[in-house]
Ligand binder design. Structure first.
Ligand SMILES: [Cu+2]
Length: 137
């Protein structure tokens, strides 16, 4: 868990009024409580920061609470910042804690996964993590 680069923010424009008030009232008193209702990654494939030998067919991130399909996004970019996934990022219809996106057969290199999700109770979190595909020996 320590390797997750994760951020949390509240979108006050449309969703965040209840959340913001709660976070202010409770979060300032007890920091741990302010994370209630927020969806954070539990584990992923490929794993955070890992180097893999075989290009993965997809990136999958499991969250600790269910996430909202319509407002949750995932994308994979290469070392130049170019998006390389198949643009089909989605919440798995059979498992609402799973965010996934398909990949073409990628060349060796460094990649980064960006995710941005809203949990069912409208709290937003986002983050990103790297992984590497090793060159063939
Ligand atoms: Cu929140």
């Amino acid at each position: 868990m320590a390797y997750w680069d994760r951020k949390h923010f509240h979108d006050n424009r449309s969703w965040g009024s209840w959340c913001s008030a709660t976070a202010l009232a409770i979060g300032l008193i007890l920091t741990a409580v302010s994370s209630w209702g927020h969806s954070f990654p539990d584990h992923s494939e490929p794993r955070v920061g890992w180097a893999v030998d075989t290009p993965p067919a997809q990136v999958r991130i499991w969250f600790d609470v269910p996430i909202e399909s319509i407002f949750s996004t995932i994308k994979v970019v290469d070392a130049n910042g170019q998006q390389v996934d198949k643009l089909d990022g989605r919440v798995n219809p059979a498992d609402h804690t799973l965010l996934e996106v398909s990949l073409p057969t990628l060349p060796p290199g460094r990649y980064r996964v960006f995710w941005n999700v809203i949990s069912i109770d409208t709290h937003r979190t986002e983050g990103d993590y790297p992984f590497t595909i090793r060159p063939k020996p």
